[in-house]
Design a protein around this ligand. Structure first.
Ligand SMILES: C[S@@+](CC[C@H](N)C(=O)[O-])C[C@H]1O[C@@H](n2cnc3c(N)ncnc32)[C@H](O)[C@@H]1O
Length: 256
């Protein structure tokens, strides 16, 4: 599954899904909230980006821009980037509702339309990364647009989850496939026979290798625990699974 095929499938898929995504998760995300994943770990709690005040910040896979708006509230100059026009239309809607605007571009995270060394921080909260086939190109792009010493922080589905069915119930606690099988997850449209959705898997070791290969030094790997009082189901994430296995990995890495 090439980068082109992944992008051609996932852009339209997110356009189709955006209204439902924002209707279902918008309240949990909050117009100016910054959540790293379904466990509800916030950037206020995690502090993964460092102090963003006065910093130039780019969000990859920014969706409706909730996280970038949090950065603006905290004094950073944040910008969004997303593959889906419909997600960006939701971002514009929330810009107007909240009166906090996040300038955003329609683009892919493998061809970032900014000059070299434009940003102090690049981040991605469950955004583009797991939809990208050519992760080497994406991380090279992140390194290119970051200033020396800049930070790259991102959350992804915890790689160990790949072994388990994407099911929030007990059925999602029995490993059924290999952690080391990098074959992407692909959905085919019944009517057209075309690829309609693609997700890519990397092991923890793969992430370390690609980050180190582009000059990044990993400074944190958070594996948020499921909070005792938290009872929200989001896709395959639930209390049933969350109290036993990690569902999210949050990396922070500095350039140089
Ligand atoms: C799960 S949503 C997360 C959005 C937002 N970060 C949030 O927390 O709600 C994933 C987002 O990544 C975007 N995306 C997928 N592939 C992308 C790519 N290659 N480049 C940029 N954005 C992409 C989708 O359009 C979607 O808005």
């Amino acid at each position: 599954m090439s980068e082109d095929e992944s992008r051609r499938a996932n852009g339209p898929d997110w356009d189709r899904y955006a209204d439902e995504y924002q209707a279902t998760h918008g309240d949990f995300l909050g117009n100016t909230g910054f959540v790293w994943g379904p466990e509800g770990l916030t950037e206020d709690q995690a502090g993964v980006l460092g102090d963003v005040a006065g910093r130039d910040v780019l969000e990859l896979g920014s969706g409706a821009g909730q996280c970038s708006r949090w950065v603006r509230v905290h004094g950073g100059r944040s910008f969004g980037l997303d593959l889906s026009m419909r997600q960006l239309q939701h971002s514009l809607r929330i810009d107007e509702e909240s009166e906090i605007a996040v300038p955003s571009v329609l683009a892919t995270a493998t061809a970032i339309p900014y000059a070299d060394a434009s940003f102090d921080v690049v981040f991605c909260s469950f955004g583009a990364l797991q939809f990208i086939a050519d992760i080497d190109l994406c991380v090279a792009e992140v390194a290119r647009v970051l200033r020396p010493g800049g930070r790259f922080a991102f959350s992804i589905t915890h790689p160990t989850r790949w072994s388990f069915p994407d099911d929030p119930s007990e059925a999602g606690l029995t490993a059924t496939s290999s952690y080391w099988d990098r074959t992407p997850y692909v959905e085919i449209d019944d009517d057209s026979g075309q690829v309609a959705y693609v997700e890519h898997h990397r092991t923890l070791g793969d992430w370390v290798t690609v980050l180190a290969g582009h000059g990044f030094r990993i400074v944190a790997l958070l594996e948020p625990e499921w909070p005792e009082e938290h009872d929200r189901v989001w896709g395959g994430w639930s209390r049933v699974r969350g109290r036993l296995t990690p569902g999210t990995a949050v990396f922070a890495a500095d350039l140089g």
